[in-house]
Design a binder for this molecule. Structure first.
Ligand code: NI
Length: 269
């Protein structure tokens, strides 16, 4: 009974906060800045996505110490760029989390000696994998994905990162998140909407390397039509000029709930 009351209170709080209008709003979502999120499901399962944290200029200092990150069940990597791979290896070693990664980038991680094959779930698009009570599906993304490695002398070499991806993350209660990764607009976003019906979409809006606010607004209005959108991948570095205000302006009166988070902030969805 106590548990029921607490759960109900969370739903009411989330609805009042305007985060969502569904009845299963209990996942906690923390944004570190850029594309790095931690989703803590109501069941307690923790999903970390693109954990660029300790060197992320937007992550509050209080969160930069990754030794204090706590339990992590899985880390999802969208592609090989440094502002997404971030602290993946260190957090995986520290927590024992499974690393979900495209098959080719996983092989690169293994050959570079970064991660043991056994700690990775190497997969590819459209083949869902289940980790605990969370189902994860890799989707298309319109981007690139090379892995940079610097040796002890500082010499940089580039390695195959497979294809970039987005992720569909379906929690035990059916709540579904779409983390688009770094991407331009692609018309198969309509397929993602139709097939997975995500409740919440995390979308890049910064431009230059990804969708800018106008492209992201087009994606929402014409392809995804997601009811709740969290803008990401903006403001971290000077070229990522797009702003949530420009995104909202480009959306006009389209009926979607834009949840603008601050780096380090957590919200219930
Ligand atoms: Ni990238």
């Amino acid at each position: 009974m106590f548990r029921k009351i607490i759960g109900g209170a969370c739903v009411v709080a989330a609805v009042l906060a305007g985060a969502t209008n569904t009845a299963r709003a209990e996942a906690d979502v923390l944004w570190y800045g850029q594309a790095a999120f931690k989703i803590t499901a109501a069941s307690g399962t923790v999903v970390l996505i693109d954990p660029f944290i300790s060197k992320n200029p937007k992550t509050p200092d209080a969160l930069k110490d990754i030794t204090k990150i706590g339990k992590v069940d899985m880390i999802l990597l969208t592609h090989g760029h440094g502002d997404h791979v971030g602290d993946t290896v260190a957090i995986a070693k520290q927590t024992g989390a499974k690393v979900l990664i495209n098959a080719d980038m996983g092989r690169t991680f293994a050959t570079l000696g970064w991660l043991d094959m056994k700690q990775m779930i190497r997969f590819n698009k459209s083949g869902p994998v289940k980790v605990g009570d969370v189902t994860v599906t890799m989707t298309h993304a319109e981007h690139s994905s090379e892995v940079s490695h610097k040796d002890e002398s500082g010499k940089e070499t580039m390695h195959p990162g497979g294809e970039p991806a987005g992720y569909i993350i379906k929690l035990a209660d059916g709540q579904t998140f779409y983390h688009a990764g770094d991407t331009g607009v692609f018309t198969d976003m309509a397929f993602i909407a139709s097939y997975y019906n995500p409740d919440v979409a995390m979308l890049p809006i910064g431009g230059h390397f990804t969708m800018d606010p106008a492209h992201a607004a087009y994606a929402v209005k014409h392809l995804l039509k997601t009811k709740t959108v969290v803008p990401m991948h903006y403001g971290t570095f000077p070229p990522l000029k797009g702003t949530p205000e420009e995104f909202k302006s480009a959306l006009g009166d389209f009926d979607t709930n834009v949840v603008v988070m601050q780096p380090g902030e957590s919200r219930k969805f």
